[in-house]
Design a protein around this ligand. Sequence first.
Ligand code: ZN
Length: 94
Amino acid sequence: MKRAKLSKHETKEKIQKFFIEIKNKTPKEIKKIKKISKNQKVPLKENKKLFCKDCLTPFKGNEKIRIKKDYKTIKCAICEKLKRIYLSKKLQTA
Ligand SMILES: [Zn+2]
């Protein structure tokens, strides 16, 4: 019997649930969810900001954050790579 494939809707829900508890996830689990997102063509969008794209460690709030004019940088506590996050202009002017 074939394994039931997740529908796009189910995948979205799965990803949403996953990122609610992102801080308790391991890089291995993040790798898995990234794969699911790619296979099912469900983009992670904003959720990508919640983990380091290099070592896939979830950000736990103890990273060094620098705020610049248009973006902020988060320094990963594990691999020390900088992640640049652009601030939405819509949010700033709202
Ligand atoms: Zn990292």
